[in-house]
Design a protein around this ligand. Structure first.
Ligand code: AQP
Length: 340
């Protein structure tokens, strides 16, 4: 059976890239799949976090899920650290994955920068924990933004190597096609990679120093208007066809955002706005963003005002997640030869 797993780190403000690259897809998948949506707090502490802020940020991601339309009854919404099997399986995977695989991860290279000797071991091992998150539920589909593709591929490599390394033990327990599935990344649509509003060659990111580089889910109408008005563009009017966006990354990004928010294809957006100056297009884009994001931000603020409600959803979600995870982790222990 198909099962969806994905997660978001409780670090900083959720931005339009997280929303369009991930959350919008979660909302659609709940119609067709059994889904687990996780707040990956153990991933967050691979970088320093202030404890009180981390607690708030965990609640904020849960609030964002719910405010965006993810139903906490039909789906499992929970935070990673409440299901200790994530850490247990991650350890087993640290012993399956190879140093060379992790050394090739571009996210690690970007985040570690030049000071490799001083980053946490957790930051290096981030992808094996992510593999554990997904495979602990034997999930088959992982909706993520383009930037996470390499980590999902590593998850497939871990699953395959585990299946090979323990093939006899796995077969002896009656699994004829390996123990873990090789999960598929789901990366599609015009917003699989939303770029910075200040620089069309950089992805929109929580850690960008400039607030003007991103739209946050919590931004009010004034902030959205200002940020879109100041978004970097080039001096040419908009083209009428897709080819005309080549070599114009900022224009391409804004058209992609419009398309993703409106559900209209990029071709149609250009058919409507081609030939127009950026100023008029930007006004329509700002109106659209305010119309789509405004109610989500308002609902997030309402939910964050009721932490008891959020905490209860996360506790219930953890109980339901563990009911799936525990038997799988027990089988992993048996396969590996860990006595229980
Ligand atoms: N710019 C983006 N376009 C499309 N999808 C994106 N995602 C992130 N940025 C973009 C997707 O959002 C999901 C959650 O991401 P995350 O919380 O795990 O962290 P991240 O990718 O580290 O987010 P940031 O904003 O990019 O943080 P920093 O600045 O710390 O690197 C994932 O599915 C991701 O693909």
């Amino acid at each position: 059976p198909e099962r969806v797993f994905s997660g978001i780190q409780p670090t900083g403000n959720l931005h339009l890239g997280n929303y369009l690259g991930a959350i919008v897809k979660f909302v659609a998948l709940q119609e067709t799949h059994e889904c687990l949506f996780c707040v990956v707090d153990l991933h967050a502490i691979t970088m320093p976090q202030a404890p009180d802020e981390l607690r708030q940020a965990i609640r904020r991601i849960a609030a964002a899920y719910i405010a965006s339309g993810i139903d906490p009854v039909r789906n499992i919404i929970f935070n990673q650290s409440q299901v200790s099997e994530h850490s247990e399986l991650a350890w087993v995977f640290n012993c399956v994955a190879r140093m060379g695989w992790l050394n090739r991860m571009t996210q690690f290279k970007d985040k570690a920068g030049k000071d490799r000797e001083n980053v946490s071991i957790g930051l290096f091992a981030y992808p094996t924990l992510m593999a554990a998150d997904i495979l602990l539920y034997r999930a088959t589909h992982v909706p993520v933004g383009e930037d996470q593709k390499q980590h999902v591929e590593l998850t497939r490599d871990v699953a395959q190597k585990f299946n090979n390394d323990y093939s006899e033990s796995i077969a002896a327990r009656g699994h004829t096609a390996g123990f873990f599935p090789l999960p598929e990344p789901l990366i599609q649509g015009p917003a699989a990679r939303v770029m910075s509003l200040r620089d069309g060659s950089k992805k929109m990111s929580k850690s960008d120093a400039s607030e003007f580089s991103r739209l946050n889910l919590s931004d009010d109408a004034d902030a959205i208007n200002q940020k879109i008005r100041k978004a970097k563009t080039d001096p040419e009017p908009l083209p009428t066809e897709l080819e005309g966006l080549k070599g114009r990354p900022e224009a391409e990004n804004l058209i992609g955002i419009f398309s993703a928010l409106s559900g209209v294809t990029p071709e149609k957006v250009l058919a409507d706005f081609g030939g127009a100056q950026f100023s008029s297009f930007k006004q329509s884009l700002a109106d659209l963003a305010i119309h789509k994001l405004g109610p989500i931000g308002a609902e997030m603020r309402r939910l964050e005002g009721d932490p008891g409600y959020i905490d209860q959803i996360l506790r219930d979600g953890a109980v339901r997640a563990r009911a799936i995870a525990q038997p799988i982790m027990n089988e992993v222990k048996d396969i590996v030869g860990l006595l229980r």
